[in-house]
Write a protein of this length. Sequence first.
Length: 404
Amino acid sequence: MSHKKFGRVHIIVMDSAGIGEAPDANRFFNHETPDTGSNTIGHISETVGLDVPNFQKLGLGNITPLKTVAPTDQTLGYSTKLEEVSNGKDTMTGHWEIMGLDIKNPFPVYPDGFPEELLTKIEAFSGRKIMREPNKPYSGTQVLDDFGERQIETGELIIYTSADPVLQIAANEAIIPLDELYKICEYVREITNIGSEWMLGRIIARPYVGTKAGSFERTPNRRDYALAPFGPTVLNHLDDAGYPVISVGKIHDIYEGQGINKDMGHNLNDMDGVDRMLKAMALPEFEEGLLFVNLVDFDAKYGHRRNPEGYRDAIQDLDGRLPEIMAAMKDDDILMITADHGNDPTFVGTDHTREYIPLVTFSKAFTQAKPLPIGHFADISATVAENFGVKPGEIGESFLDELV
């Protein structure tokens, strides 16, 4: 370990917690409105207030002016904001770029639902009709209340999407057996793979149980059929070099397990994700390497649903857990907290927003923490790669030498 500055790196992605419009925000749209003016954390701070004393100590208020998070002269961590190079604003593009990939061709998304030709192909393969009404971005729980009883009566498939490049199939386990649902999803994965006109990031099987609206519950039998990253990431390089690479939450799905050698499972919610993170930090075999955590509630529960109060509460809940996380760190650990895109809950539409992402860091080894220059998403993985002496990704510049 003598050549490493940090023995363990812990990365938390606050899914969708952007911090101000990107320079090219005018090229990206929420339906017909450009993302110009979006600012997820900034507008939450401005409209409903944000009380995050621990994030403030780490330098969150030093990144950009925040109405209710003041800058501090003596930060505990280095902080900055990072710009996206890739041509997209979805979860997979953001995460893949963080680990060193440049995604030039964006995944298609379907704000108006999937094309009839794709639905017809799925019907022909499955032998089941597809309801057309839920074929649009839909809440995964609301869609069951709206169409679950009809599925029990007719056996039709419920297919819907979100702001991400995903196709989701909801199926009542008593009506459409799991094996049948999985076979349908595998077929859809085949016809929406790389090179397809409908190339999708993930196909998601969403089994549920229940007999009437209000009683439907999704089961743990969900399966994600993801595209693998388009090339090796720094996760692969760490894994190849023999380092532990541990995932929490959606991370395993986002990279289709590529480069990950231990998965702590899906989070029940973000605070459960923090619990899983703390369990991983205490693993006796985790003496060095990378722990990579995704907390998705910010995005799924509050960003897409345009709920600034809920989003604020979720950030404050994480802020309240930071002392616990920091106490569990070894003297030569480093913590990096960032995001993957924006999803401004005060903005028009319900889509992600093209924004800078924040980066705040902490290590007990820091002696003179200060703001860093504005960088790019992949600078995170370039720094991790240099720290562990492995090959970097396609893009990114390390800021390891800045951390003293």
